[in-house]
Design a protein around this ligand. Structure first.
Ligand code: 5GP
Ligand code: ZN
Length: 114
């Protein structure tokens, strides 16, 4: 998708600190980390928001979560705990309109979130 930052990172047109990739997802470190570990797990398919998901995307979503789980272990935060966040639309803080799963770890997190 033209003018999408994450499509540009996925295609290699823009630089990203990529930590994992497979046929379905690409994962790279967030440019403005909110925790010692802050990785974005991004489906290769351009889907603007979670509201645009269809049942055909079910395997993409499960692969995204499984990649985050593997990365949490690789980054050494699985045992202490980590947070996975999907922001949907501006009211929830979404700023990049290509769905992505935040993997946050390496510190404690409050609940409920702010
Ligand atoms: P959102 O607010 O949409 O849930 O999350 C978007 C995330 O993308 C933010 O945490 C932001 O720091 C990150 N981000 C925005 N632009 C770039 C970029 O060019 N490279 C990387 N690695 N992260 C980005
Ligand atoms: Zn995109």
């Amino acid at each position: 998708m033209a003018d999408c930052i994450f499509c540009s990172i996925i295609s290699g047109d823009m630089k990203g600190d990529i930590v994992f990739e497979n046929d379905t997802v690409v994962a790279f470190r967030d440019i403005n980390p909110q925790a010692p570990v802050h990785i974005l797990v991004v489906p290769r398919k351009h889907i603007a928001t979670l509201n645009d998901l269809t049942p055909e995307d079910a395997s993409i979503i499960s692969e995204t979560v499984l990649a985050a789980k593997k990365l949490a272990a690789d980054e050494g935060v699985a045992e202490d705990g980590y947070r996975l966040v999907w922001n949907c639309n501006r009211g929830a803080g979404q700023t990049v309109f290509h769905i992505h799963l935040h993997l946050l770890g390496g510190r404690t997190f409050g609940w409920p979130p702010g």
